[in-house]
Design a protein around this ligand. Structure first.
Ligand SMILES: Cc1cc2nc3c(=O)[nH]c(=O)nc-3n(C[C@H](O)[C@H](O)[C@H](O)COP(=O)(O)OP(=O)(O)OC[C@H]3O[C@@H](n4cnc5c(N)ncnc54)[C@H](O)[C@@H]3O)c2cc1C
Length: 389
């Protein structure tokens, strides 16, 4: 029997593994990280690479390693130039990813890696048994569920309908089957006004100058971070934890998140491209889409044609419903695990959902608050669990 099994090897699960190993709470031979993908951070790498995000939004002290200054030290040692951007020292994606690789290599995390889809977990006398789709079973004294919302791509109704009727013209940018971005059928329309949409628009406007349009439902929401930095510490976390109603906690999270927002520097770069007529931006909501002869007419609520396009790329983010619902529902029922009205886990301060069953990331957000899904949330969740042992 293993000491720890972590389900999900994204930012959350890999940070958890790092903190467990570096704190000496376990060793790599006593740990398994189960993930559908072949290597750590696969979803993170896919999503950030497809939009060619040059710098992270978060500051340099947010990364996978325990020491907050680990990334800065790593970069100084490598003697890289222009690696941090702006006053918050946002790291380049390249240095962040290379630092992740260094941390995971140093800890031999790949030795603990088990590729497979988890279909169930079940309490046993001494711990938990994790079942995989390929029929393999793993036994562990403690488990952490660190799955995220990253596989729940949000498709508006009109987009789903168009996809069902005409394959090959509309994609969610984080889909695994998205075509080469240099081979798209123009003109191109990007749906969404958040940070992924803007990075993608900047990338595509270089490949297809004057052939890219961003359609968004709201004016740009400009904020440095995706919630107030007060949420990183006691200023906002203490009052949040004092809220006893989970419905009110959910409302506080929704209110605190600057959903679909972009940092000011990115807004500036985008508006420069617009000024140079390299791309267009419109505030309008698409309600329906009609395909004819290889082109799609996008229409607004008055059936007015907004524009005709060859390819639609959705940068509409993720569905916020609880991840893993398909396989977690029977687990919740058979182990009496508590859920709030919003369908998310009610967990202890040490992020325990059941005896020896922990959650981090999206699943821990009613305890961790709006930062839960981010890198800072991964660090704080891992720290809380490790400190509680
Ligand atoms: C483009 C982009 C940029 C971002 N930039 C930042 C940033 O700068 N700073 C910041 O703090 N945050 C950022 N975020 C937000 C957040 O940090 C990332 O989304 C992060 O990758 C979430 O990590 P995760 O581990 O929760 O999810 P994921 O990366 O989705 O990892 C979860 C893993 O669990 C696996 N899994 C799920 N279900 C199962 C199952 N049943 N069996 C086996 N495996 C399973 C998945 O395959 C996946 O590999 C960004 C997000 C995006 C999309």
């Amino acid at each position: 029997m293993l000491e720890w099994i972590i389900i999900g090897g994204g930012i959350q699960g890999t940070t958890m593994a790092t903190f467990l190993l570096k704190s000496g709470k376990t060793t790599v031979d006593q740990l398994a990280i189960v993930d559908r993908n072949g290597e750590p951070l696969a979803r993170w790498k896919h999503c950030t690479e497809v939009i060619s995000m040059p710098y992270l939004r978060s500051p340099s002290v947010h990364h996978l390693d325990v020491n907050p200054f680990s990334l800065q030290k790593y970069v100084e040692k490598a003697d890289w130039n222009n690696n941090f951007y702006g006053q918050y020292k946002r790291p380049s994606l390249q240095s962040f990813n290379e630092h992740c690789a260094q941390v995971t290599d140093d800890l031999s995390i790949k030795q603990a890696w088990v590729q497979g889809k988890v279909t169930s977990v079940c309490k046993t006398g001494q711990g938990w048994e994790v079942q995989l789709q390929n029929k393999r079973r793993l036994a562990g004294k403690k488990i952490v569920i660190s799955i995220g919302i990253g596989e729940q791509h949000y498709w508006p109704d009109w987009a789903l309908q168009l996809k069902q009727e005409h394959e090959g013209f509309i994609f969610h940018i984080f889909d695994g089957n998205i075509p080469e971005l240099t081979q798209l059928h123009g003109p191109i329309t990007i749906i969404g006004g958040g940070i992924s949409s803007v990075h993608l628009a900047l990338k595509l406007s270089k490949i297809y100058p004057n052939e890219v349009t961003v359609l968004k439902r709201h004016p740009f929401r400009i904020h440095n971070f995706d919630s107030d930095p007060g949420w990183l510490g006691p200023k906002r976390q203490r009052p949040f934890r004092a809220i006893t109603s989970y419905q009110k906690r959910r409302e506080a999270i929704i209110h605190a998140r600057y959903k679909g927002s972009i940092p000011p520097d990115l807004h500036k770069v985008l508006m420069n491209q617009v000024k140079q007529v390299l791309l267009r931006v419109m505030d309008v909501e698409v309600i329906s889409a009609v395909w004819r002869d290889g082109y799609i007419s996008l229409r607004d609520k008055n059936e007015k044609v907004i524009q005709q396009t060859g390819t639609i790329l959705l940068a509409t983010g993720f569905k916020s419903s609880m991840p893993g619902k398909d396989w977690l529902t029977p687990v919740i029922q058979s182990h009496d695990l508590r859920l709030a009205e919003c369908g998310y886990p009610i967990v202890s301060q040490s992020l325990q959902w059941g005896p020896g069953l922990y959650v981090t990331g999206a699943l821990a957000e009613l305890e961790m608050g709006p930062i839960s899904r981010n890198i800072s949330g991964a660090r704080q969740a891992a720290e809380r669990i490790v400190n509680s042992l």
